[in-house]
Write a new protein. Structure first.
Length: 94
């Protein structure tokens, strides 16, 4: 995407836990959307160390959720996204 966003679909089972950590040298932003990608479930700007974003999420139902990682300011790099699961799998990426 031209605006620096990275969209990653992940499949989660009901009550499965997922931790997202986005690290970079510049400020970044994480969002988590529901299966339709219409409702934002969580968002974080600086929940990790420094300007890094972090989300801890437990799925309320089985399905594909969407992670959006982006720089806080346009023109910056997104950084490195680490996704950790307590079971489950990644269903794709962009």
């Amino acid at each position: 995407m031209g605006d620096g966003r990275t969209i990653v679909p992940v499949y989660l089972q009901d009550n499965q836990r997922m931790r997202l950590d986005l690290t970079s040298q510049t400020d970044n932003y994480l969002e988590l959307f529901d299966q339709t990608c219409n409702s934002r479930l969580m968002a974080d700007d600086d929940g990790g160390s420094g300007y890094n974003a972090s989300i801890d999420f437990t799925a309320s139902g089985s399905g594909t959720y969407f992670i959006i990682a982006r720089p806080y300011r346009s023109g910056s790099s997104t950084g490195d996204l680490r996704v950790r699961f307590s079971g489950g799998s990644r269903s794709g990426g962009s």
